[in-house]
Design a binder for this molecule. Structure first.
Ligand code: RBF
Length: 340
């Protein structure tokens, strides 16, 4: 073989190896945590990052790098592709309902790249594993509490108008098909008279816009608001404190953010799931190509009833009725399946 042929062969081999993800020199797996948004202001992303980092630190089997894609959704596919193309990461882990399709569209170009996506659903793609939460149960619990509160004038911040609202950052399939219908389903189960208003801020970070919408909802008679608008949620809390209405919090526990005004917290245990899935990955136990759904019975959807502010913020009657419904879901006596 002449020198030029040898050089060419060397370059080809070097390229192939550099574009395959390899274990780092310390033998640890390299994990990129792809944040489709910003960590600050979005508990779902903070919990994802914390769970992965905790698993890496505890086992010393992995190194996590947090990669924030920012709020411009049009830039996400290019940023995700760049992460995969870098060949630096054994695993890209993320959490967002729009991510499974995005990973699918680039996965054939990077067959050696593994993806784990939480809070999303996709089955049958070789290098992608997904875990979806049963958010029908999560939004049902938020709605059940909102329905009870809106029915009663005895509650501290309710005028008993039978009127609740959900403020979302944007419309997306999970919002329109699971979260909003689940919230209404729960509210109507608790209070058949209830009416629900749906508003969209158009941003995952605009607290001013969210506050403005919340205040106008309050003026129109709404007694309870569920905000699902990322950093905008802070604006809903400010409006609640200014006007005096109840907020039902979503994803993590929010009581301490506005004591007395946050009446309940319907939890998605993303920190726990991210931790457990990362441990499984580091131990080689993830079945790629599969998807599963976890809910209240499995302990990944829940409600924070341990914070004393929950019991203190609502009437005894509401507390008792709500706990009965929560325990039915926890025990598996009652389930609300999600369909994909
Ligand atoms: N939730 C957040 O808390 N912050 C975000 O920046 C955010 N961005 C999202 C972008 C898209 C395209 C979609 C579909 C959802 C987003 N979510 C965000 C919502 C999140 O995935 C989840 O539905 C809600 O947190 C309710 O659990």
């Amino acid at each position: 073989m002449n020198f030029l042929k040898k050089l060419f062969l060397f370059l080809v081999v070097a390229f192939v190896f550099s574009s395959c993800s390899e274990e780092s020199s310390d033998g640890k797996k390299n994990i990129a945590v792809f944040i489709p948004g910003t960590t600050s202001g979005s508990p779902v992303y903070r919990m994802l990052a914390e769970g992965v980092q905790k698993a890496c630190e505890e086992t010393s089997l992995g190194t996590a790098v947090i990669s924030e894609a920012g709020v411009n959704q049009a830039e996400w596919p290019a940023k995700l592709t760049a992460l995969a193309a870098s060949g630096e990461f054994d695993l890209i882990i993320s959490a967002n309902p729009s991510l499974p399709e995005m990973c699918h569209s680039i996965s054939s170009s990077f067959p050696g790249q593994d993806f784990i996506i939480l809070n999303g659903f996709l089955s049958g793609v070789e290098n992608i594993a997904t875990v979806q939460y049963n958010q029908r149960e999560q939004s049902y619990l938020a709605g059940y509490l909102a329905g009870l509160l809106s029915a009663s004038k005895d509650e501290k911040y309710s005028r008993g108008n039978n009127k609740i609202a959900l403020i979302a950052a944007q419309e997306y399939p999970d919002m329109n098909n699971i979260l909003l219908p689940g919230y209404i389903e729960g509210a109507k189960a608790a209070n058949p008279q209830v009416e629900c208003v749906f508003k969209v801020t158009g941003s995952w970070s605009d607290a001013g816009k969210a506050a403005e919408i919340a205040s106008s909802l309050y003026r129109s008679g709404v007694d309870v608001i569920l905000p699902i608008c990322g950093g905008g949620n802070q604006g809903v809390l400010s409006s609640a404190k200014e006007n005096g209405f109840f907020v039902v919090w979503f994803d993590d526990s929010g009581y301490d953010l506005a004591p007395g005004y946050v009446a309940g917290s319907a939890i998605m245990a993303q920190d726990k799931l991210a931790y457990e899935e990362t441990i499984k990955y580091l131990n080689g136990e993830i079945e790629f190509g599969t998807s599963r759904i976890v809910g209240c019975k499995e302990g990944f959807i829940d409600f924070d009833d341990k914070n004393p502010l929950f019991k203190d913020s609502v009437s005894e009657e509401t507390y008792t009725k709500f706990m009965k419904e929560l325990n039915r879901l926890r025990n598996g006596d009652f389930s609300l399946p999600v369909n994909n």
